[in-house]
Design a protein around this ligand. Structure first.
Ligand code: SF4
Length: 277
């Protein structure tokens, strides 16, 4: 990917929600979107749906296990113009169920709302992958979204160690509340479009053990989460060595294998899956 976009096209600010100093695109137009890639067809990005996935450039966090580090820098220009995505979408009417907006962190770009509305107007369902780092924009787009995959990285005390960003736990918990509220609202309002979600945690087997995962699952169930997935960490694309931030005391970053979900009580949820990579 190229990095030819001038700094002057970005606003440098202290974001009110996640606190780190970031460069966040100012424009609210879909044509301003930095689009890093488009997967024409996927059955896994929204489980159970045939979807195209749009990868938006930029993320304000720096998770130690991030496998998309090339998507983190918001100053990198996009590879695909929005008009090409729209042309593609028009040709896929009747062939795809949905479009999923992913990243990076899609809610970092203010043009997301216009893009979602335009895609929905073509008759597609809308899926959204988010870490919840920008709850204000998330709140605005949720009424136009049909499914959300929300990352919850860890219990709150370890959040900064995972993401490298102060207050990232507050942003995620606020976003979690918004997703659960939207779910309840759409269930209660007759005639509303169905809304579903999945809260998911990516687990490095040497960093989060069985007891930690059980505590995290209980905490999420206590918040009202009914659909939860644990996903195994994938080493592809991850920085080596991974950034160490004093996570759990005896973390073993060299460990390989699958997450130990044996102490998670699946009865806590309507749906619980362990997604083995
Ligand atoms: S939130 Fe996602 S894209 Fe951003 S740093 Fe973390 S893993 Fe990478």
């Amino acid at each position: 990917m190229t990095s030819s976009v001038s700094e002057s096209t970005f606003v440098t600010m202290i974001d009110e929600e996640t606190a780190p100093i970031i460069h966040r695109p100012r424009s609210q137009s879909a044509t301003s979107l930095r689009i890093a890639g488009l997967t024409p067809m996927s059955t896994v990005d929204w489980p159970g749906k045939l979807a195209a996935t749009i990868f938006l450039q930029g993320c304000s966090w720096d998770c130690f296990f991030c496998s998309n580090t090339e998507l983190q820098d918001p100053r990198v220009s996009g590879e695909i113009p929005w008009r090409d995505v729209l042309d593609f979408a028009r040709k896929r009417r009747g062939l795809l169920d949905a479009f999923v907006f992913s990243g990076g962190e899609p809610t970092m770009q203010r043009g997301l709302l216009e893009a979602i509305v335009a895609t929905r107007a073509l008759g597609f369902k809308i899926g959204l992958h988010t870490c919840g780092s920008f709850p204000t924009l998330l709140k605005r787009v949720l009424p136009y979204v049909d499914w959300v995959g929300l990352d919850v990285k860890s219990l709150r005390p370890e959040y900064v160690a995972v993401t490298g960003r102060e207050k990232s736990d507050s942003a995620t918990w606020r976003s979690l509340a918004l997703v659960l509220e939207e779910s309840n609202r759409r269930q209660d309002e007759p005639g509303s479009r169905p809304f579903t979600y999945e809260v998911r945690t990516t687990v490095h087997p040497g960093v989060m053990g069985a007891e930690y995962l059980a505590e995290l699952a209980e905490s999420l169930a206590h918040e009202g989460v009914t659909t939860y997935a644990v996903q195994d960490f994938r080493p592809d694309g991850v920085r080596q060595p991974m950034p160490r931030r004093g996570f759990l005391h005896d973390a073993d970053y060299e460990a390989v294998g699958s997450a130990d979900v044996s102490l998670i009580n699946p009865q806590l949820f309507k749906s619980f899956v362990h997604r083995v990579q």
